[in-house]
Write a protein that binds this ligand. Sequence first.
Ligand code: GLN
Length: 514
Amino acid sequence: MKREKIIVIDFGGQYNQLVARRVRECNVYCEIYSYRTDLQKIREMNPKGIILTGGPNSCYEEGAATCDKELFELGIPVLGLCYGAQLMTQVLGGKVSKAPVREYGKIEVTVDPTCKLFSDVPEKTICWMSHNDYIETIAPGFTRVAWTDHCPVAAALNSEKNLYLIQFHPEVLHTVEGTRMISNFVYHVCNCAGDWKMDAFVENSVQALREKVGGGRVLCALSGGVDSSVAAVLLSKAVGDQLTCVFVDHGLLRKNEGDEVEAVFGPEGNYDLNFIRVNAQERFYQKLAGVSEPERKRKIIGEEFIRVFEEEAKKIGAVDFLVQGTIYPDVVESGLGGESAVIKSHHNVGGLPDYVDFKEIIEPLRDLFKDEVRKVGLELGIPGNLVYRQPFPGPGLGIRIIGEVTAEKVRIVQDADAIYREEIAKAGLDKEINQYFAALTNMRSVGVMGDERTYDYAVALRAVKTIDFMTAEAAEIPYDVLTRVMNRIINEVRGVNRVLYDVSSKPPGTIEFE
Ligand code: GLN
């Protein structure tokens, strides 16, 4: 059976992935493609609907991202969002120009509730706007169905051709009824059945993986991170002990993390897989001795990871398939999916080990977003503390230690971080803060403890709130919680005499503390 899908055409908007996520939340499968994608290819995919994203350009300017007029004549429903709305208008003969009043942020919009898009949406509703241009005149055949005080066309439609456009951003959660609007489009306009469900995903994948692997041997590099863990368990469910997992403990994991991973995946754990743990701590510390430049540390850790993995793989001998925990945002960010230019090396194995003798790569999660991967993980019975782990950089604590990495510094940052995480959880803040950790500054300063002079390190605490991890704000942790963390770290972790809280946002800071 062919899976029904919606296609998102990406014009470089900031929220392109959110659009796809919202559609999937409606149980409809969705993929992102660049606006440069061939019309013929889109036709062949035969989507149930097409959504055009926002974008930074002004569509009336030379060289702006554009689309073929024919896109609107395929007989497939189209929804244009922001830039997509403006572009649709211009291509179909309306007029777009610089808005006399720009709108940014939450704005009250008045909608026509008889329009399919706004069914069950109150007549006045708060929406998220972000535009400099506006639709001055709608295209022939269109009717206006929403407006604001400053924006005469906040939405319009051509019901005969199933073309819809919205100036605001329904995909952003600040648009109170945004999810409903997308759901209305998906169900009432595109007539989707909504058969994209995660339980079907596990069942179908296991089936497909069995067929693909047959009697072959499979190798997986397990980092203990969410993606590679879920990929490993999925494979294990499909092919059992034909799978071997190599877990490299580089000594830069969070406190007890290596043992936690082993407890789940090792011989005492819940899965029937061949698990090899390589304790390579010393090796990594030696390679990192005397190195303080962050990029060099990253490279060394990545390379050493591959070397260790390579040695283990050689012991195993030829394998047929190599498993990678690539997920959908990785695919998009590698420039394969959408319009995003960033090329990111993202593999859980720290790069592709081309020396390993294998026939083919299996990426069972490459269609899924992170939250979907987590759902699959829970369904596969992976413990919640593993499934809901915070994002953690591949080079691990190696980059959360400023300056040279030593075993001693790793111990300090591990212990401080464990205390911090424990206290945040105790205070009930762990769900609302998106990422938090302790880092070790390279600063030592004089202090006094037990009437004695100390000359010890300062630990930095970081905690951010973010939706997409692209921008972030420092979380406002209650002062008493910070004080408690400070007290415990200074009392319990030898080598620390100061605790600092990082209040920087991103930008200009980053979330990590490299
Ligand atoms: N660049 C266009 C504008 O300023 C579209 C913005 C957007 O898609 N968010 O109006």
